[in-house]
Structures are given as C-alpha cells and as structure tokens.
Design a protein around this ligand. Structure first.
Ligand code: 2AM
Ligand code: CA
Length: 256
C-alpha cells in the first residue's frame, strides 16, 4: 500500500473512534496550564497512527505532538492526533486529525480530517486540493476590506502583549471580520476552501500546519511566517497564510 492510501485509512478509522469517544474523569490533563490540554484520546490516537505508519514504513520518521520523534531518517511524517484539543474537550466538534508527509523539503501529501463533519481535506503536489470529492480554490478577493481573517486564539493574538500586538490590531481593523475557530489545521483548510482570505497565528508547531500548508498551496494560496519570510518545516513558528502572493505587500503595509 502506498503512503497516501495508508494515511487515508488510518485517519478515517482514528476519526471514527474519536466520534464515538466520551471523556471520562481523569481523561483530561493540563500540560502547561488550564489553557493547554492533552487527553487520553490525543495520546491513543497518536499511538495508533504511529503504529500503522511505522509498521508499514519502518524507515520513515514520525514527528508528532505527544511523543518524541520515532523511526528512521527517511520520509518525514508530521502528525497531530487532535488539532483543536480545547474544542474536542469543550465542544466535541471543530477538531481535526492532521497528517503531513514530506520527503526532505518536498511535500508528498497533506491530509486533514474535520472529524465531526467527516470532511477529509487532502492535497498532493500538482493534483490540487480537495474536500471529499470537491476541488478547492482560494478566494479571488484583492481588497483588504473584502477579506475575512481567521486566527485560532483571541487571547493570545489580541490580548497578550507581544511584538506584533499593534500590527494585529491594525489588521483586524482593516479586514471585514475576524473569526477564531481554534484549530490551525482547520483554519488553513477554510482558507483553502475559499471560506476565509487571510490567516494569522503567532504560535504554531510543525504538526499543526505542515499538512494543511500543502492544502493551502495546492488551492492557490501562499504561506509565510508573519514577517513574510519562508515558513520553516521543522520549527515552531508564526504563520501568515494568504489567498494570493499579491496580498503580501498590502498586508505588510498595514502591519509594519
Ligand atoms: P492543539 O490543539 O494541537 O494544541 C488553538 O489554540 C490552536 O493553536 C490549535 O491548533 C492548537 O493546537 C494551536 N497551538 C499551537 N501552539 C499552542 C500553544 N502553545 N498553546 C495552545 N495552542 C497552541
Ligand atoms: Ca494537538
């Protein structure tokens, strides 16, 4: 079986288990505090995905959120068993399983499952971006006043003090509206689907965005770090995703 087919099967069966899941007492733990959660289901899902990937491709390397990297040094997988854990715990919706596969700097495919909607987003280079059977395209908006911005967290993006604080406030005033879903992967997929035009987060990990960035790119969008530089593959980073490279100077003029 090819890696893509294996990933689709593993993600769908993990999604089916999460849809049926119920949180029991003791299933939710704090990592760094009450806003940073991990559950029994994050760990169990990541173990299941790692097991399936590495038993079929033992020389591949898996980098995920909940466990140290494992495997060999070959094709690199970035997996987030639950992106949007707070949504999983508090809403039981608006969370995703995210699996991105890379050979060096070359993307092989990205998969993001919106678990409760059973919407499978996927992309492969030059095969386009898809949601189930529907081809995805970013919007054609070029006027900042027409644009909808998404960011995963109000508290961190707008309330915390950081070097981009005033830039975020100016950007929020310039766009038509700001939406916060609480999942980096799903917000990037919304942009790919033409349901938002501009995405910003001030903190994202490789497993949060490395699957969905392939989907955005294949849908015609672009991804940068917040300063408009190359988005790194293997480091925590800020992320700025846009419906077009033409919008970068417009956004930068507002932010800088
Ligand atoms: P997670 O659910 O996998 O933790 C919402 O805050 C979004 O930002 C989610 O996609 C969340 O991923 C991600 N995120 C990345 N870094 C985070 C951090 N340090 N604290 C909370 N959320 C973080
Ligand atoms: Ca996670």
């Amino acid at each position: 079986m090819e890696r893509f087919e294996l990933a689709v099967g593993a993600v769908k069966s993990a999604g089916a288990a999460l849809r049926l899941s119920h949180l029991e007492d003791g299933d939710v733990q704090f990592k760094t505090g009450y806003k940073d959660l991990v559950t029994y289901w994050d760990r169990r899902t990541e173990q299941m995905l790692r097991g399936e990937i590495l038993s079929a491709f033992p020389d591949d390397m898996v980098v995920g959120e909940e466990y140290p990297p494992s495997g060999g040094g070959g094709v690199l997988w970035y997996i987030d068993p639950i992106d949007g854990t707070t949504n999983f715990v508090n809403q039981h919706r608006n969370y995703a399983i995210s699996v991105g596969c890379w050979e060096g700097e070359t993307p092989l495919f990205g998969l993001v499952l919106d678990v409760e909607r059973e919407a499978l987003y996927w992309a492969k280079p030059s095969e386009g971006a898809w949601r189930n059977g529907e081809r995805l395209h970013v919007t054609r908006h070029r006027d900042i006043h027409d644009m909808l911005m998404t960011t995963p967290g109000v508290q961190y993006t707008f309330l915390a003090q950081h070097e981009w604080h005033e830039s975020m406030r100016r950007l929020a005033r310039a766009v038509r509206g700001v939406r916060c879903l609480g999942s980096v992967a799903l917000e990037l997929c919304e942009l790919a689907a033409g349901e938002a035009d501009l995405f910003v987060t001030l903190r994202s990990s490789p497993w949060d965005h490395n699957a969905a960035r392939i989907i955005v790119t294949e849908a015609g969008g672009v991804v940068y770090d917040i300063a408009g530089g190359d988005l790194p593959l293997d480091a925590k980073t800020t992320v700025l995703a846009l419906n077009s490279p033409e919008m970068l100077p417009v956004v930068q003029e507002i932010m800088l």
